[in-house]
Design a protein around this ligand. Structure first.
Ligand code: PRX
Length: 656
């Protein structure tokens, strides 16, 4: 974890090498500043110019930004395009035989798919979906393993104008059900099972469990990709096999031309209430963000072999697996498995084997790989690498240095990219040929992104002072609304106080150092970041109190060496305060319960039982005290408003 102390003491600085800068898309700090100045002068035309140059339009746009109904901004609204056409068809004339995806399965099998092949697969599935009456604007939930087919499913939806909503394969039936229901999905695309680390995990059976929960009557079709051939429940005519419906489907599918603002997808993420938010993205603005960030931040070159390790269940997998690399015509690696199977050098082996040039991963993966074998990278030839990237949480300077020295051999810049599900693409990140790096800082905003740090009244604070991270001007790739909940969208992201309803409030605290570098300090809301995954404390609390044994629960985060943050739950049982072996038994029961309710990523690392929780006289749980207790620190805060101080003693240590 980045603590304020560790990053405040950080003075190392790494300017780009001449070798890197001389080939870079943005090749000097002056070049970066010139782009920023161009955006400063007229940010709307700055974006319009790039949208014209880099997107293939079916009908060109004449309007740029429509802010009449702010904060429901529209970009390029009268233009028409198709995102799948921009990712696939555009390459057919020039590089149909270029490999688009090098896929490596969990057990090491390699499958290569060219742009021609990928285009054909996408068209076939798109035709098959159309034949099942899935139309423009319909919602399709995708619950798939990390394979080429996941990308095909997303692209096929984009091709016919259906709105996909990918649910990470690690989420439980209950979470899946909530998302299917909220989206009003008409179809689900899934697989029989997924394979990770040599183990099979059910997908179709989980879909069926989700379908048995009430209110999922909207779903007419379930398309099942056969991954393992394992035995699964199959219920025709609702359920159909992917290979059967695509077998005779036409290999050409005229794209459905959609308005620039047509929703490309929704993706659910955690907020500060119990209910996940369906973040809705546009077609053109989102695509533009993916493209410019590939060019500026990943310094994309046609000779690159790009590898982003994120699952398509997260926004990183949307922007830097499914859309960004394909829009650029890149060759990318997709890996089905986990970094530690069958050995802890798997990532390095893949880089060596496929000659990866650009490697983008998460700090939590870096920290666990350090722990498993800090010297392992030295055993592999990693000389193909030219750029490294980090995403999802603050990277602590120690992990940064290891990544830089051991993986990048002190030759490769690291792009520490700050962004969110809601922003669609990188927001604050170094243009690697231009910006000198400081370990732990995401450095400067992308050209055209007006990031600032403000106080509670929305006034910018001076460098060195912490505050709320905001984006002051609209940008094309930003969230359009929350699916079905425009009021929550306004309240969560454009509150009246910080920025007077005009600034996008990111939900992070940050500060700028004396050189203007941005340093992200963490969330300002009740959202935890566990292994780079966003989890709402309220979601976990609601899951816990839904268990018959639990009367009350409060969840907080605590710094964790590998995961960044660990989940600590304080629980009051309905019955008696547990003792002895009861503690371990109930702890196991509740941890498994949370895994079933939300998914294994949300399992509390520790549960402490109490006869009560620390509350104010008005009954509000004092979470700041729980955070202190979780960290094992002495309470120095004012506890005069606390109704039941004796409870602190009981919650101080793990229950026995
Ligand atoms: O707190 C920030 C953290 O992750 C949050 C966004 O999470 P999510 O929407 O799941 O997207 C993750 C992948 C883009 C942010 O509000 N975060 C993300 N990247 C960084 C980061 N914190 C510090 N440094 C980063 N590079």
């Amino acid at each position: 974890m980045s603590t304020i102390e560790s990053v405040l003491n950080e003075t190392r600085i790494f300017p780009p090498s001449d070798e890197f800068s001389s080939q870079a898309n943005v090749s000097s700090f002056q070049a970066y500043q010139a782009l920023c100045a161009e955006a400063e002068q007229d940010y709307q035309h700055f974006w319009a110019k790039r949208a014209k140059e880099r997107i293939l339009w079916h009908k060109p746009f004449t309007q740029i930004l429509d802010d009449r109904n702010a904060p429901f901004y529209k970009w390029f609204a009268d233009g028409e395009l198709n995102v799948s056409y921009n990712c696939l068809d555009r390459h057919l004339a020039t590089q149909a035989d270029k490999v688009a995806i090098i896929f490596e399965s969990d057990d090491g099998e390699v499958i290569r798919s060219t742009y021609r092949d990928l285009h054909q697969r996408v068209c076939q599935l798109a035709n098959a979906l159309k034949a099942r009456n899935i139309k423009k604007g319909d919602r399709v939930v995708i619950y798939m393993p990390m394979r080429i087919e996941a990308v095909v499913a997303m692209q096929a939806c984009a091709r016919i104008g259906a709105i996909h909503s990918v649910v990470f394969g690690g989420f439980s039936a209950k979470s899946l059900h909530e998302r299917i229901h909220d989206a009003g999905a008409v179809a689900i695309i899934t697989a029989d099972e997924q394979v990770r680390g040599g183990k099979h995990h059910p997908l179709k059976a989980t879909v069926d469990e989700a379908m048995r929960m009430s209110d999922t009557t909207s779903v007419q079709s379930i398309v099942v990709y056969q991954r393992t051939g394992g035995e699964i429940p199959f219920n025709p005519p609702r359920d159909v096999w992917w290979h059967e419906i695509t077998q005779n489907a036409g290999s050409e599918c005229e794209p459905e031309w959609v308005d620039a603002e047509h929703p490309l997808f929704t993706l659910y993420t955690s907020g500060s209430t119990g209910k996940p938010k369906g973040v809705q993205h546009s077609s053109a603005g989102y695509l533009l963000g993916a493209i410019v960030s590939m060019q500026w931040i990943f310094d994309y070159k046609p000779t690159d072999i790009f590898w982003c390790t994120a699952d398509v269940g997260w926004i990183t997998g949307h922007s830097y697996v499914t859309y960004g690399p394909l829009a650029m015509g890149a060759t990318q690696v997709i890996f089905e498995g986990i970094p530690t199977y069958p050995h802890a050098g798997r990532f390095w082996e893949i880089i060596q084997k496929h000659q990866v040039t650009t490697f983008y991963t998460a700090p939590t993966a870096i920290r666990s790989l350090i722990k498993l074998g800090g010297d392992l990278p030295a055993q592999y030839d990693l000389s193909s690498l030219r750029l490294l990237g980090s995403v999802g949480e603050p990277i602590n300077p120690e992990a940064w240095m290891w990544f830089y020295e051991k993986v990048g051999r002190s030759r490769c810049p690291i792009v520490d990219t700050w962004w969110q599900t809601e922003t669609g693409c990188h927001m604050i990140a170094p243009t690697p040929g231009a910006v000198a790096l400081k370990p732990g800082s995401c450095t400067f905003p992308l050209p055209g992104i007006f990031a600032a740090i403000v106080d509670e009244a929305g006034h910018e604070v001076e460098n060195g002072k912490g505050g709320f991270l905001v984006i002051k001007k609209p940008f094309p790739s930003q969230i359009r609304t929350l699916w079905g909940d425009p009021e929550r969208f306004k309240k969560a992201y454009f509150p009246e106080d910080t920025g007077h309803g005009k600034y996008y409030l990111a939900g992070d605290s940050a500060y700028r150092d004396k050189d203007g570098y941005f340093w992200i300090m963490g969330r300002i809301d009740d959202v935890l970041n566990v292994s780079g995954h966003r989890l709402g404390t309220m979601e976990i609390e609601s899951a816990l109190v839904a268990h018959p044994l639990v009367a009350e629960a409060a969840v907080v985060g605590k710094p964790h060496e590998i995961k960044g943050e660990a989940v600590i739950a304080f629980v009051v049982l309905k019955g008696k305060y547990p003792h002895g072996e009861e503690v371990a038994r109930i702890t196991d029961t509740l941890r498994d319960w949370v895994a079933k309710e939300i998914g294994p990523i949300a399992k509390p690392d520790e549960i402490r039982f109490g006869e009560n929780l620390p509350k104010t006289r008005s009954g509000k749980i004092m979470r700041r005290l729980l955070r202190t207790l979780a960290k094992g620190e002495e309470i120095t805060q004012d506890i005069s408003t606390l109704e039941n101080p004796a409870i602190l003693e009981q919650l101080k240590y793990p229950s026995k």
